[in-house]
Ligand binder design. Structure first.
Ligand SMILES: Nc1ncnc2c1ncn2[C@@H]1O[C@H](COP(=O)(O)OP(=O)(O)OP(=O)(O)O)[C@@H](O)[C@H]1O
Ligand SMILES: [Mg+2]
Length: 406
C-alpha cells in the first residue's frame, strides 16, 4: 500500500536534498516544517475589504471561490511565521488597520515545499494554499508577489484551455484563485505587494476513480520515522522489468511533457522530484504524471515563433534566451531527479548502468524536438552564486555536456 500524499510529501523525503550545497537549508520554524512531528497548525486569515486587494481567478469551483471571497470582503491568508516576524511589513500594517481578524482559523499541514499548505477541513474540494513566506528555503526566499500570483493564474487558464494538445498521461494541479494586496509603493523598482494562491488539488483533467498521488522524491527518499524502510520505488517496480518500468512510466513521459509544454506554450516545466507527482491507480500502476507549481519560465522566442499571444501574460519570468531551459531540463529534471532515481535503481539492480536510462532519453528528446539547438545552449547551465538587485540568483555556464539530451 502506498500512503497518502499528505504523508509521503512530508515523510518520504529524507536524504534527498543533496543536489546542491543549499538544498537542505530552511528558515522555517520547526513547527512549520514538513519533516517534523507537529501534526498541523492554524492559519488565522484576515478579513479585508475587496477594495484593498486584487483578485485573480482561473475557473475555481463555486464552493472554493465562496470560501475565500465574500460579498464585500476577502479572506487574506498569511503564514503565522510571517504574521509574527513581519509586524512592520506595510501590507500587514495596512490590513490590520483596515481589516479584522477572521472568525475561523484554517487548519493546515505543510507540504514538501513548506510554504504550500494543505487545508485539512477542506469541505468538498481538496485544496492547498500557497502563501507568502519571505524566509529562505533552499536557495532563496519564498515571496508570493502580485505578479507571480497573476502569472500562475494566467498559466493555469492557458494550460486548462490547451490541455487537448497534451498527452493523456499529462495532468496538472490548477491554480484557481489568487489574492494580493494592492500595491502601496509605486516608486519601488518592482512591485512588492503580496498575497496567496489557492491550488485545486484534484489533478486536471478530473477523473472519477480514486487514485493516489506520490511525489517524485518519495520514490527514492527515506522514511522520516524509519530510514531503514526500503524505497517505495522497489515496491512500485514489483516484478516488472526495472528499466522498462522507470523509462516507460516516469522518464519518457516526463520528457515528452517537458518538450510538449515548451513547443505548445513556451513553458519551461520544472520537473524536479518535488514538482512531479505520480498518479497511481488502486493496483499501484502509474496512470499519469501530475505536474504541480505553475511558476514556470516562459520562452518568449518560442511563443513568437508559433504566434501565441503575449496578451494573456504579465511580465513575470519572460525569457529571451535558453539558459533557464537548460537549468530546468538538464539540472532540475536530469540532475536532481532522474539521476537520483537511477542511483536508487542501481542499488537494487546492479546489472543496469546509468547509460541504459540516459540513451533512450536522449534519443526521444532529439526525435520529438529536432529544433532544440535553437532554444537550448550546448552546455549545461545552473545557478551561480551571484545575485541580481532583487537577490535572485544569476545563471552560469558549467561547461559540461548534457547527459539527458544530446
Ligand atoms: N526532494 C526535493 N527536491 C526538490 N525540492 C524539494 C525537495 N524537497 C523539498 N523541496 C522544497 O520544495 C521547494 C521546491 O521549489 P519550487 O519552487 O519547486 O516549489 P514552490 O514554488 O516553493 O512550491 P510548490 O511546489 O508547492 O508550488 C523548495 O522549497 C525545496 O526546498
Ligand atoms: Mg515546487
Amino acid at each position: 500500500m502506498i500512503p497518502s500524499l499528505e504523508y509521503t510529501d512530508r515523510y518520504y523525503n529524507e536524504g534527498t536534498r543533496t543536489y546542491s550545497s543549499l538544498a537542505d537549508y530552511t528558515e522555517a520554524d520547526e513547527q512549520y516544517r514538513p519533516n517534523s512531528t507537529y501534526d498541523s497548525f492554524s492559519l488565522v486569515p484576515l478579513r479585508v475589504l475587496k477594495s484593498q486587494v486584487n483578485i485573480y481567478s482561473a475557473n475555481p469551483s463555486a464552493q472554493l471561490f465562496n470560501r475565500y471571497i465574500y460579498e464585500n470582503e476577502v479572506l487574506f491568508c498569511i503564514h503565522p511565521q510571517v504574521l509574527l516576524n513581519f509586524k512592520q511589513d506595510p501590507y500587514i500594517i495596512s490590513m490590520k488597520e483596515k481589516g479584522e481578524v477572521g472568525k475561523r482559523a484554517i487548519s493546515v499541514v505543510p507540504s514538501s515545499s513548506t510554504r504550500t499548505l494543505y487545508v485539512l477541513d477542506d469541505g468538498d474540494i481538496s485544496h492547498a494554499l500557497k502563501v507568502h513566506f519571505p524566509f529562505r528555503i533552499s536557495r532563496y526566499g519564498r515571496k508570493m508577489r502580485d505578479e507571480v500570483i497573476g502569472q500562475a493564474i494566467n498559466i493555469s487558464l492557458e494550460l486548462e484551455e490547451g490541455i487537448k494538445h497534451l498527452d493523456d498521461d499529462f495532468a496538472f494541479l490548477r491554480e484557481v484563485l489568487g489574492v494580493s494586496h494592492k500595491n502601496l509603493d509605486i516608486l519601488s523598482a518592482r512591485n512588492e505587494n503580496w498575497g496567496y494562491l489557492v491550488r485545486d488539488m484534484r489533478p486536471f483533467p478530473h477523473v472519477s476513480e480514486s487514485r493516489t498521488l506520490l511525489p517524485g522524491f518519495a520514490l527514492y527518499g527515506r522514511n522520516f520515522f524509519d530510514p531503514e524502510k526500503p524505497p517505495l520505488l522497489y515496491q512500485l517496480i514489483g516484478n516488472e522489468n526495472p528499466l522498462d518500468f522507470v523509462l516507460g512510466n516516469i522518464m519518457l513521459p516526463i520528457i515528452r511533457h517537458w518538450v510538449d509544454c515548451f513547443l505548445r506554450f513556451g513553458y519551461m516545466l520544472e520537473p524536479h522530484g518535488q514538482n512531479v507527482l505520480l498518479e497511481l491507480n488502486e493496483s499501484g500502476g502509474v496512470e499519469r504524471i501530475v505536474h504541480r507549481d505553475l511558476s514556470v519560465g516562459i520562452d518568449m522566442r518560442r511563443r513568437r515563433q508559433i504566434g501565441l499571444s503575449q496578451g494573456n501574460l504579465n511580465n513575470y519570468n519572460r525569457m529571451e534566451s535558453g539558459e533557464f531551459n537548460s537549468i530546468t531540463y538538464d539540472m532540475f529534471m536530469g540532475g536532481h531527479f532522474f539521476d537520483a532515481v537511477v542511483s536508487c535503481c542501481l542499488k537494487r539492480y546492479p546489472q543496469l548502468t546509468v547509460e541504459d536510462f540516459r540513451a533512450p532519453c536522449r534519443q526521444l528528446f532529439a526525435e520529438i524536438f529536432p529544433e532544440y539547438r535553437k532554444f537550448l545552449p550546448a552546455t549545461v547551465h545552473y545557478f551561480s552564486e551571484k545575485r541580481d538587485q532583487f537577490n535572485k540568483p544569476l545563471y552560469k555556464d558549467t561547461g559540461k555536456s548534457p547527459e539527458w539530451r544530446p
